[in-house]
Design a protein around this ligand. Structure first.
Ligand SMILES: Cc1cc2nc3c(=O)[nH]c(=O)nc-3n(C[C@H](O)[C@H](O)[C@H](O)COP(=O)(O)OP(=O)(O)OC[C@H]3O[C@@H](n4cnc5c(N)ncnc54)[C@H](O)[C@@H]3O)c2cc1C
Length: 499
């Protein structure tokens, strides 16, 4: 007699949920995904995909603006004078001159935003198709746990397996919670979707914000501040800390802050925002020390709160931390038998790649497959500013504090021949290797497309390669990746050093 199929219900169709569903369906389980706001989750519809699509446009604008340094004249097409295209916004439009006529590089905000939303919608539809092709049942609605189920036997745990979606009841052997997180707002400064905004509301604006105040200088704040600055908004970045991105590599953050200021952004350090109010046609941000900052729009990027309320979690015996994030172990188990959690609702490195891996691991574990617990020390991450900042493995702070017994090297990008040809000046490659063995432990790349370059270091970290092995690997001449092999050469042990 054949075994009954394991039944799995997944709450949330973001990367934590849908990647898990694909794995479980391929392993033969009966899988249902319940999602309230659209497959692909916030990742595809409002956060990661839209922001990276916006950045694709803003970085094109940066390339255009830097073109004159490479001998390409960008200005205005010959013709009658007049700086603005209908509905368009010309970065540095006032200073462009000489040719008169129609601006060649202008931002068409309605078209830009329409492209972003269409791309997100299409990607969500792709996710739905992939799930349907694997036989995953999709239910649209808000789900919550409703106590123990009645199913038992192989693949059907006696845990809290009853799920309610509206007036529908589902039963499952295993449950995966992947409900994501929501933008945190400042109390008393609730977003109105017009002038005071979360990043999820940006793409419904009718225009580019002429004067944008970004409150919060973490990764999300830095990405949006840089993107809007490049698109032509006058940006003020309000940072409560000494420097932008206080949790990232200090040298990388300094490069970025320097670039921001050089490009005309106002960066207010050690300036904690107390509140934001609308004022006439704009907004006024009040800082805790009483100073005020005025602008046309304010974007709040002050963190995320987990979407874990009203899910019946505590009643099911699932432990949450003080902020409401679900506690999980390295195979995504919660404290309730048969209930797993993945992604932003766990607060474990809020990245799409981590959410997806947590979800897959949960499925491998519950379906009895061989599984390797998640290794967060190997996660590669990128901040999509210009230049990008990509990191993997141990941090400079851990090396400098002695927590990691490692040697380090830092090569400025400006010494790389390809960077010189391309006109890239800002950035560096940093590599860390274990003292004695030379095993690569991590690195930081600050460069255009650092998100692509980091793979070389990621491979080395994952496979425990040594700097000698990396140094013996061919890189193309001329290429930015040449700086990775050069950094490895600089860390090679002198002959005879056999420690
Ligand atoms: C601006 C921004 C840019 C980012 N860029 C990147 C990036 O470049 N790279 C990267 O790796 N990460 C990025 N991230 C992080 C990434 O978006 C998240 O880590 C990822 O979305 C987490 O996936 P998830 O599945 O946990 O949750 P989500 O993607 O949030 O999906 C959760 C889904 O669950 C649904 N849901 C919630 N409650 C219920 C319920 N009760 N019942 C049913 N469904 C429910 C939600 O509606 C949503 O559809 C970015 C984040 C932000 C804010």
């Amino acid at each position: 007699m054949s075994q009954p199929r394991a039944s799995i219900v997944i709450l949330g169709g973001g990367p934590g949920g849908y990647e898990a569903a694909l794995v479980a369906a391929q392993l033969g389980a009966r899988v249902t995904v319940v999602d309230s706001d659209g497959l692909g989750g916030a990742c595809v519809l409002t956060d990661c995909v839209p922001s990276k699509t916006l950045i694709a446009s803003s970085s094109t604008m940066s390339v255009v603006q830097g073109a004159e340094d490479l001998g390409i004249r960008i200005g205005r097409a010959p013709g009658p004078a007049g700086g603005r295209v209908p509905g368009g916004h010309v970065p540095g439009g006032e200073r462009a001159g000489g040719w008169g006529g129609r601006a060649l590089a202008a931002v068409d905000a309605p078209r830009l935003y329409a492209r972003i939303k269409a791309l997100a919608k299409a990607q969500s539809a792709d996710v739905a198709l992939r799930l349907a092709a694997e036989g995953v049942e999709i239910i649209s609605g808000r789900a919550r746990l409703a106590g123990p189920g009645h199913l038992a036997g192989p693949g059907h745990l006696a845990g809290p397996g009853r799920i309610v979606v509206g007036d529908q009841q589902l039963e499952a052997g295993s449950v995966l919670i992947a409900t994501g997180a929501l933008p945190r707002v400042l109390p008393g400064s609730e977003p109105d979707g017009e002038r005071i905004l979360t990043w999820r509301q940006l793409y419904d604006l009718p225009e580019l914000p002429p004067e944008l105040i970004v409150v919060g200088s973490g990764v999300t704040g830095a990405e949006f501040a840089g993107a809007y600055q490049a698109l032509g908004s006058k940006v003020t970045l309000v940072s409560s800390r000494d420097r932008v991105m206080p949790h990232e590599d200090a040298d990388a953050a300094m490069v970025l802050e320097d670039v921001f200021r050089r490009r005309g952004m106002t960066v207010l350090s050690r300036s904690r925002a107390a509140g934001v109010k609308r004022s006439g046609d704009g907004v006024v941000v009040t800082l805790e020390d009483g100073r005020t900052v005025r602008g046309s729009h304010c974007l709040l990027t002050v963190g995320m709160v987990p979407a874990t309320r009203d899910l019946g979690l505590e009643e099911a015996g699932i432990t949450l931390d003080g902020a409401g994030f679900i506690g999980v172990d390295r195979v995504s188990r919660t404290t309730a038998q048969g209930v797993y959690a993945a992604g932003d609702c766990t607060g474990v490195m809020m990245l799409a790649s981590v959410a997806a891996m947590q979800g897959r691991i949960a499925m491998w574990h519950t379906l009895g497959e061989a599984v390797q617990p998640i290794r967060l020390g190997h996660v590669a991450a990128t901040i999509f500013t210009d230049p990008e900042i990509a990191t993997v493995g141990v941090t400079a702070a851990a090396v400098e504090s002695g927590a990691e017994d490692a040697t380090a090297v830092k090569l400025p990008l400006a010494t790389n021949p390809r960077a010189k040809m391309q006109g890239f000046r800002d950035g560096f490659v940093k590599l860390f290797a274990r003292r004695g063995t030379g095993i690569v432990l991590g690195g930081v790349v600050v460069a255009p497309r650092a998100s692509e370059l980091i793979l070389g270091i990621s491979l080395a970290v994952e496979q425990s390669l040594t700097v000698d092995q990396m140094a013996h690997t061919f890189s193309v001449y001329p290429s930015l990746s040449g700086s990775l092999t050069e950094a490895a050469r600089k860390l090679m042990r002198p002959a005879g050093d056999i420690r």
